[in-house]
Design a protein around this ligand. Structure first.
Ligand code: PMP
Length: 405
């Protein structure tokens, strides 16, 4: 049974008052709130299990090492990776994409080669490729969108060429909520021997992900968007690719042998984990994933889909409402909108005064804003702990602001 009130009671921040009003937290696309079990895990680790991991001969170090490696196995199970050593701990989605752009680019790309991205990417799946393109004199190709905010698949496939070295695209758009048909896209890309990197930052909290079923070559996400801590994330990479990529950063942990004559590198996954790992963050992430598993991802998806449906219906009743992105069938997690000519910033500021937290602006997707011919939008993004009552408050709030203008 999905009991939203019981779930809410596990998130202390949700009972906070903002300007004397109940908090309505609808900025989950930016970061989710944390359940008590995750915060307690962090405290428990620091108080009871803290010691630097790997190579320690003492009790605490071995205990902390085991917890960190167990966390890797929890992530492996969560995304159905074949091997635990295909799970690389990073600082987040952004760092993971930079890692792949740098190491993959170094090994596999040369002047005149092409990388494909899409118009709906977050800056973190654009800029690392631009930097690589500049460094290696590559061409960046950009997939267009359809009028209803989906990928133009015919255009995407027309961009495939013998020079294409990689396709990097998001699973779910952080602005439009579009769920991209990544399994089909990957199948088609592989027919042309093109590897695919999937930005999973906005899919991982909302839907079951099976990297083997998708056949993704690289899949990335951030812990903080799925009830885990800030500062840690995951790069999943197929063993066959990770083994071929050179290290991203040098330092402790990532080496086998160091001498001034010749240094050799550690095996996977440690080759890509230079320096002291965030072993507190990894175990807290594992706790967050256990929390999700306990509730059941299918239950979470069903609840959020209900909320989205309700929110779309209620928001569309408001005069002047303009919702961006596809129909419900192709959408997850977020609703971006504008009302009449009210500036997104004004709408966000005034909703805040009612205790309603939404995000405004370009959402780190300026090329998409350009394609939509807007400067920014208001974005409400949903999570497992949101309720229909909160959607009512959002709709009432938006209507109230609209009447003021
Ligand atoms: N990609 C997408 C689609 C995102 O929504 C975000 C976060 N807004 C990122 C990448 C970057 O994630 P992080 O800042 O945690 O690295």
């Amino acid at each position: 049974m999905f009991d939203v009130n019981a779930i809410r009671s596990e998130f202390p921040i949700l009972s906070k008052k903002i300007y004397g009003k109940d908090l309505v937290y609808l900025d989950n696309g930016a970061t989710t709130q944390k359940p008590s079990c995750v915060v307690k895990k962090i405290e428990d680790n620091y108080f009871n299990v803290n010691a630097n991991i790997h190579r320690g001969v003492h009790y605490l170090s071995m205990q902390a090492t085991e917890a960190h490696e167990e966390a890797r196995r929890v992530v492996q199970d969560f995304i159905h990776a074949e091997h635990a050593h295909e799970i690389i701990f990073t600082r987040g989605t952004t760092e993971g994409i930079n890692l792949v752009a740098s190491s993959f680019g170094e090994e596999f790309c040369s002047e005149g080669d092409e990388i494909i991205v899409t118009t709906m990417e977050h800056h973190s799946n654009i800029v690392p490729w631009q930097i690589l393109a500049q460094r290696k004199k590559l061409n960046l190709k950009v997939v267009k969108l359809t009028d209803d905010g989906m990928l133009d698949l015919a255009h995407l496939y027309s961009l495939f060429s013998d020079k294409t070295k990689l396709l990097a695209l998001t699973h779910v758009s952080n602005v439009l909520g579009t769920i991209n048909p990544v399994a089909d896209i990957i199948r088609n890309a592989h027919l042309r021997n093109i590897p695919v990197l999937v930005d999973g930052a906005q899919s991982i909290p909302h839907m079951a992900v099976d990297v083997q079923a998708l056949d993704a070559d690289f899949y990335l996400f951030s812990a903080h968007k799925i009830y885990g801590p800030t500062g840690i994330g995951i790069l999943y990479g197929k063993e066959k690719w990770l083994n071929k990529l050179p290290p991203y950063q040098g330092g402790g942990e990532m080496i086998a042998q160091v001498s001034f004559e010749k240094t050799t590198f550690n095996e996977l996954p440690f080759k890509f984990e230079a320096g002291t790992p965030d072993y507190i963050g990894s175990t807290a992430l594992a706790e967050a994933l256990r929390f999700v598993n306990k509730i059941g991802m299918d239950n979470i998806t069903a609840h959020e889909n209900e909320l989205m449906k309700y929110a779309m219906t209620e928001l569309q009743k408001i005069p002047g409402m303009r919702i961006f992105g596809p129909s419900l069938a192709h959408r997850s997690g977020v609703i971006s909108f504008l009302v009449g000519d009210i500036h997104h910033y004004d709408m966000g500021m005034l909703l805040d005064k009612l205790g309603i937290a939404v995000r405004t602006g370009h959402h780190c997707a300026q090329p998409l804003m350009h394609a939509l011919e807007v400067e920014g939008t208001v974005r409400a993004s949903f999570s497992l702990y949101n309720t229909k009552e909160e959607i009512d408050k959002l709709a009432e709030g938006v209507e109230r602001v609209a009447k003021m203008f």
